[in-house]
Design a protein around this ligand. Sequence first.
Ligand code: UFG
Length: 338
Amino acid sequence: MQTILLTWWTWYIWSHWAVKLLELGYDVVIIDNLSNSDKSILEKIQKITWKTPKFYEWDLRDKNILEKIFKENNIKTILHFAWAKAVWESCEIPFYYYENNLAWSINLFEIMNKYNCKNIIFSSSATVYDSIWNPPYIETDLTWNTTNPYWTTKFLIENILKDLATFKSFKVVNLRYFNPIWAHFSWLIWENPNWLPNNLLPYVMKVATWELKNVKVFWNDYNTKDWTWERDYIHILDLIDWHIASINFIENFDNNKWFFEVFNLWTWTATSVLEIIKITCEVTEKNIPFEIVPRRPWDLDKSFCNPEKAENILNWKAKYLVKDAIKDSWYFIKNNSK
Ligand code: UFG
């Protein structure tokens, strides 16, 4: 089995991938500076899989360190997350995003090229789609008119990878995530931020456990089924399977050919903010209080895509419903509060 490198740095993301890849028999190498995590996650991965991934507690800024990783491991494919991921934060501290997401990605690509390791699966984002397009988005919709630094970094990395495919024979699977929701069926790992959650589901969960008073619903006069924002939420286990399909796609592709392929992923079910709250009420058997507050300036009323390309080419289809993800999250919380 080949060696896969996972970069960095939100542990709750790569931990899920590490578990799946180890279970499938891949050798896993991780680089993470632990700025948003701690080493206990390695014990949890070990507890689930009975295997320990090779771990480098560094980030991507130092090319010498990157070289060391490539010298010490026969890396075949890279899952590059580059995921400082909050739009509001990127507006407050843009240079942090340019450096972490963009500059250090370029370091990685340079060293990949030097060591002739050219297979990469990049975690891009639905954020690249311009609001001038009406959902469902398709992969060929133009993405150039960026309006925040997070979007700019994703847009630029996508285009750098496209160049590297053309001129340096990289094989690139560029995955545009929509709204992933995290929970692992082992109930050992999930997205559980120590600070005020930025995303909807972790926030709703903290209201369900009475750590927060109520859910702030960001306005309700949009052109949607119940006037609140609609999104496509994807269970993390589906997202992981999508990456596995992408690894297989790269492995089975003609060895001499470069490519840059973009894929959307969706479950074909748009869910509104109020629906998320309603499902959480059903699952937790609690009444989740909420209030309507002013909108966030960057939000789109609807964000979902057409996933047919991924379904046809990667032979991938989402298996889990939003309710499954919410159930798994809730079981995790109950399991961990015992
Ligand atoms: N929302 C609320 N209250 C909250 C949090 C969110 O009403 O407390 C609403 C938002 O307005 C949005 C929906 O819930 O309509 C989902 O919001 P999230 O913050 O969970 O997710 P976003 O759709 O804003 O952002 C996500 C990722 C980004 C990515 C983007 C692409 O977090 O990294 O999808 O569409 F860029």
